[in-house]
Design a protein around this ligand. Structure first.
Ligand code: ZN
Ligand code: ZN
Length: 356
């Protein structure tokens, strides 16, 4: 079993971090590929490494030093305010980071989860694969009632079977195209799948499936058969955007900002970006994350997809450190794009400009 683990890891990294989503040269503006799958219409990074180069990287990459201080692996954490989280929310947006890309967003009386993962490992199995550095801010059974979950794509760190089984049909699920059948196979029918720019209404909120630049797959055989996306959620007075996993291009985020912004709150990935020759097309670095914040016209953003699982080569704390520098370099105030302590609830007041 132990000897099989390195090969298992390598395959898992190839499935979830590899780079295969190429633009379709015959139809550069469409994300629908003729074979029924999906492509990135605006991926510009010239070379896409193949399986051999990825394996070479995997075997040669520096292994984490076991004596590397335990402290450097821990992200800030506070005790959650259970009472506030369980009160019915009908005022300003409340947002709490639970770990990785999982947030509890409470808005207009609705409790929403983003890409919930509560399992120990983001992997098809729980005996191997990237392991959590710290537990979720709240245990799954301490969450308030969950009304709705948005899913960005089907990679293991975003679509976690154990969590989905726990929440089941008691929640409503919004997923990108072709992800619905995975839920139906588990007997969950409260699922709606949407294409980019499609929208649906749940209660008083409008949910828009927004474009991103990424890829999908849970095995070596289903590459890009299902869509990847972000989600914009619009209420009567406030809006927020959840970015999922994405690389940067100068078109899609500007379009989101023009059509749906400005946003009172945005959740933007800042981690899993090194080495750039592998990750650039599909994972932004903190500097590109700041550019997304500007493109979508976010008034307040929180960095996600860092500090929870070691997926790539950058040091654990680096995304947060680089985000601070990138925010300053862009002339933004320090509190406009932050990293949040696990478990801390932020209240986002209605902005006079966001409700235009
Ligand atoms: Zn992904
Ligand atoms: Zn991810």
């Amino acid at each position: 079993m132990i000897l099989q683990r390195p090969l298992f890891y390598a395959l898992l990294l190839w499935v979830t971090l590899g780079c295969q989503a190429q633009p379709d040269p015959a139809s550069p503006q469409s994300h629908h590929s003729p074979d029924g799958g999906f492509v990135n219409p605006y991926a510009t990074h010239e070379s896409e490494p193949g399986f051999r180069k990825l394996m070479k990287w995997f075997w040669e990459r520096e292994k984490p030093n076991p004596s590397d201080s335990i402290i450097s692996r821990v992200v800030p954490r506070v005790s959650p305010d259970y009472q506030t989280l369980h009160l019915p929310n009908s005022g300003d947006i409340q947002v709490t980071w639970l770990g990785h890309s999982t947030f509890l967003v409470q808005m207009e009386g609705m409790n929403i989860l983003t890409d919930p993962i509560f399992s120990d490992r983001c992997s098809p199995v729980q005996w191997a694969g990237p392991k959590r550095l710290s537990p979720p801010a709240l245990p799954l059974d301490s969450l308030p009632r969950i009304d709705l979950v948005v899913i960005s794509h089907n990679h293991y760190d975003h679509l976690d079977r154990g969590t989905v089984e726990h929440l089941g049909s008691s929640a409503r699920w919004l997923v990108p195209l072709k992800v619905k059948s995975w839920f139906q196979d588990m007997g969950i029918e409260t699922v709606e799948e949407l294409d980019w720019w499609d929208s649906t209404r749940v209660g008083d909120l409008k949910f828009v499936c927004t474009p991103s630049q990424h890829f999908s797959g849970r095995t070596p055989f289903d590459r890009n058969e299902t869509l990847w996306a972000g989600w914009a959620i619009t209420g009567a007075t406030q809006r927020f955007w959840f970015g999922g996993d994405t690389g940067y291009n100068p078109i899609q985020f500007k379009n989101i900002g023009t059509d749906l912004g400005p946003f009172d709150l945005a959740l933007i990935p800042i981690g899993a970006y090194d080495p750039r020759w592998i990750m650039k097309n599909h994972h932004v670095n903190p500097e590109e994350a700041v550019q997304i914040h500007l493109d979508i016209r976010s008034l307040f953003s929180i960095g996600m997809h860092w500090g929870t699982y070691i997926l790539t080569d950058e040091p654990i704390q680096e995304p947060a450190e680089r985000l601070k520098l990138a925010t300053q370099a862009s002339g933004l105030s320090n509190d406009s794009f932050i990293t949040a302590p696990l478990g801390k609830t932020f209240r986002i007041p209605v902005s006079p400009t966001a409700a235009d």
